[in-house]
Design a protein around this ligand. Structure first.
Ligand code: SAH
Ligand code: SF4
Ligand code: F3S
Length: 509
């Protein structure tokens, strides 16, 4: 793991015997210093540092938040481990679909077991699921062994809450309904030394009728461009070569700033940062994707040849009920415009099957769009009813059997187009950023994701005996090449020798 440079603040110089400061992030550094003292006392008593484990559910935004949680724990002196038998375990939760919640409850049950064996253990929960009042009620009733609960809006207060839970008996709960605050310059502990996510905005104003995100993440707020650029410069100075700019709808970035700026203008500024090699972003809402953005992408040396453009449905009637604010024809026309201007771009998407009122004819429209756009990959989801969203109140929920049949049919089409799109580059030489050692000589097949952006890597026995490394092309396709750990974080030219469905086996040239 690699450390970012906000960690330069010396906690030992903070006087913890006075009242805490009121301004941020100074207040949080004060509480980190308090936690540090607690950790030292623990170490004296037990002859070892306390261990901590951060587990992430959900999307890349949650993954980035988890890096901030880990940064604070690390700064306070905890030893970060990958094991839920740690002294402090925190789940950063997701609630976008019901199965995300069910996984959290399941894993929480297991944690309860660990805590019975290690009563000193502390369990914390945060993230999107905690913004739902029914969840908090259920935790109080059935999971009273949880020590600390907080939400998405006050995550920056983690150090203060961690300290409060050291002091308190019983469950500490702090949930805010909303916020307009953005706190900058807290520590973070990156998962990869060479790449990083960067939040450019928080929240969402779109209210797609099926989606809970606007309710649990609040209204859209953009960070100032200078703060974003400064964070990226620091990351680059710390070894980062690829950034992923994160927001629920990056195409509306900057509209509400005091000095408004477009997402395309922000990208132009990011491009100028020396030492940065690759720029990615997600997610793009089709209704807000501008010609200016297409032009900036086409001219850019650094922006990757990949656009994630969620379709959700190919039926104009369903799109309207979803409140997506584009039609089938508008989506097709947009995809064509992008492919015309940037011919080697990979377009990936998200699709929901079984939205209330969806008929087999509506699904045919979706399949038609998949065939015509030829998505390079698509994450397909079964509609999940989310309490409080407009779609949950729609009466014509689709029968399970119909949803399952439709889902299978769609998945097959998606896999066919994805395979032929990926295979287009066989024999070509392209640049790959090497990310990791390929697990035990096995190839890894990129398969369907469990949550948006969280791709489940399916093992596929390749039987190679040489050491292999896994790289990613600009268009997001995975390639495995012979090599060792010294290549990790480097960009190399690779020959794409054999296409294996969704990935390549190749060699460095
Ligand atoms: N802001 C992003 C998506 C965030 S949620 C966007 O607008 O594209 C990630 C994906 O989860 C969505 O694209 C959608 O396909 C899926 N999703 C969201 N709510 C869902 C629900 N209630 N049931 C099934 N899938 C859902
Ligand atoms: Fe949800 Fe729509 Fe916002 Fe995406 S744009 S987070 S799908 S409401
Ligand atoms: Fe899940 Fe929250 Fe992301 S609901 S998908 S973790 S914004």
């Amino acid at each position: 793991m690699s450390r970012e440079m906000y960690n330069e603040i010396d906690l030992a110089k903070i006087n913890i015997n006075v009242e805490p400061p009121t301004e941020e992030p100074g207040r949080q550094y004060y509480f980190m210093a308090k936690c540090c003292k607690w950790v030292k006392d623990f170490e004296q008593k037990n002859g070892r540092r306390p261990t901590a484990c951060v587990t992430t559910f959900g999307c890349q935004m949650n993954a980035r938040d988890s890096e901030k949680l880990a940064g604070i724990l690390e700064k306070a002196g905890y030893q970060l481990i990958d094991n839920e038998k740690a002294d402090f375990v925190i789940f950063n939760t997701c609630t976008v679909r019901d199965n995300a919640n069910q996984r959290v409850y399941g894993r929480l049950g297991e944690l309860g077991g660990h805590k019975r064996r290690n009563p000193g253990m502390k369990i914390a929960l945060c993230g999107c699921m905690m913004q739902e009042p029914e969840v908090i009620e259920k935790l109080r009733k059935s999971y009273s062994f949880v020590d600390l609960v907080f939400g998405t809006h006050n995550i920056y207060k983690f150090a203060e809450l961690l300290y409060a839970s050291h002091e308190a008996e019983g469950m500490v709960v702090d949930i805010w309904k909303d916020t307009d605050k953005i706190v900058e310059d807290l520590p973070a502990e990156r998962k990869y030394p060479f790449k990083s996510g960067i939040n450019i905005m928080f929240g969402c104003n779109n209210f797609c009728s099926y989606c809970i995100v606007p309710y649990v993440r609040g209204r859209e707020r953009s960070r100032k461009p200078e703060d974003i650029l400064e964070e990226i410069r620091r990351l680059v100075a710390d070894g980062v070569v690829e950034v992923m700019l994160l927001g629920q709808n990056v195409n509306s970035y900057g509209k509400n700033l005091d000095n408004p700026i477009t997402f395309a203008q922000l990208l132009r500024e990011v491009e100028k940062i020396d030492g940065l090699k690759r720029i990615r972003f997600m997610t793009s809402h089709p209704k807000d994707l501008s010609d200016e953005l297409i032009e900036v992408m086409a001219q850019s040396e650094k922006i990757c040849r990949h656009l994630h453009l969620p379709l959700q449905s190919g039926s104009t009637r369903i799109l309207e009920r979803m409140n997506r604010r584009y039609t089938k024809e508008q989506f097709l026309e947009l995809a064509q415009r992008i492919r015309d201007r940037i011919p080697d771009i990979a377009i990936t998407t998200d699709i929901i099957v079984g939205f209330p009122g969806e008929t087999p004819e509506d699904l045919e429209e979706t399949i038609d769009v998949v065939r015509r756009v030829k998505f390079d990959n698509a994450f397909t989801f079964i509609y999940s009813k989310r309490t409080g969203t407009p779609a949950a109140a729609m009466e014509d929920q689709v029968p399970k059997e119909q949803v399952k049949q439709g889902f299978d049919r769609l998945l097959k089409t998606v896999q066919d187009t994805a395979r032929s799109q990926v295979a287009k580059y066989e024999g070509r030489v392209m640049e790959a950023l090497i990310e990791e050692i390929t697990e035990k000589g096995n190839s890894v097949e990129k398969s369907q994701p469990t949550e948006n952006g969280e791709v489940m890597e399916k093992e596929h026995s390749g039987g190679e005996s040489v050491s292999m490394v896994t790289g990613r092309l600009s268009n997001n396709t995975i390639v495995h090449v012979p090599g060792d750990a010294s290549l990790i974080g480097k960009t190399v030219k690779v020959s794409l020798d054999e296409c294996h469905g969704f990935y390549y086996i190749g060699h460095c040239v």
